[in-house]
Design a protein around this ligand. Sequence first.
Ligand code: G3H
Ligand code: 13P
Ligand code: ZN
Length: 322
Amino acid sequence: MSLVTTTEMFKKAYDGGYAVGAFNVNNMEIVQGITEAAGELKSPVILQVSKGARAYANHTYLVKLVEAAVIENPEIPIALHLDHGDTFELCKSCIDGGFTSVMIDASSKSFEDNIALTKQVVEYAHDHGVVVEAELGTLAGIEDEVVVESGKEAYTRPEEVEEFVSRTGCDSLAIAIGTSHGAYKFTAAQCTRNEEGILVPPPLRFDVLEECIKRLPGFPIVLHGSSSVPQEFVKMVNEYGGNMPDAVGIPEEQLRKAATLAVCKINIDSDIRLAMTGNIRKYFAEHPDHFDPRQYLKPARQAVKDMVAHKIKYVLGSDGKA
Ligand code: G3H
Ligand code: 13P
Ligand code: ZN
């Protein structure tokens, strides 16, 4: 199988009540960890590349790594997606350069400017067989290098989604219902604490999601900022010399529920970073004399694989859906 668009994936996910994981890739170990898990579990998967990933690893290297993963995992559909494209030129460069899906994130612009830029990208993408994700609403955290403080996010306005989708022709829509980018998704003031002193975030706004679904029946919805920030990794980081107090994510049960509704794509990046960093810190602490990168990148890659397998089985529900 060669790289695919998300069209078929999303149709099956919508009808089947599951979501496809969209995992950010920045290097070979991450690509391998994700796709080995998806391959073994016969799950569709989206590999996504941010502007920052392209700047770090180079477009060609990332495309070739993903193409290698496609060759190594011929039984599963894999899409290559641009995450948070912020200009027409960036989207065009990815469309021309082998991506099968792009996101144009003009969510920080006015409604009319968001429509105009999204439409421009959709026209070019569709002419080249590529699909487009757009966004309405603003998540807290960092998007397009714009830092949105927790508490200053704006939920998607359901009354705008129909007009936005029909005027832009986009293929999927990212909405803001209370998820947030990064490992510090909520301030302590926004949360309660459980018996162990761990922050418990405010619940996602399923009422906003339901309203959007009513207005866009059958249309694939995307959730960004959907890492769960597993406390086992936070603990590991802190135990082995790191300092990540009060890192908190989206509870898995809420993501599972979203996946059974119209949410067809769930974005995960921070959990990959945490899995790798926790395990590398542990490895260094336990083997201070080792200096071969393969020694510590091997458990880091395995941790990414195990984490992704867990998401596929228990959060996304996409195992066996390839
Ligand atoms: O939503 C943002 C993603 O986590 C990508 O982050 O721009 O640091 O690569 P990045
Ligand atoms: P997390 O920071 O929650 O992993 O979100 C990633 C994301 O939305 C990428 O677009
Ligand atoms: Zn995002």
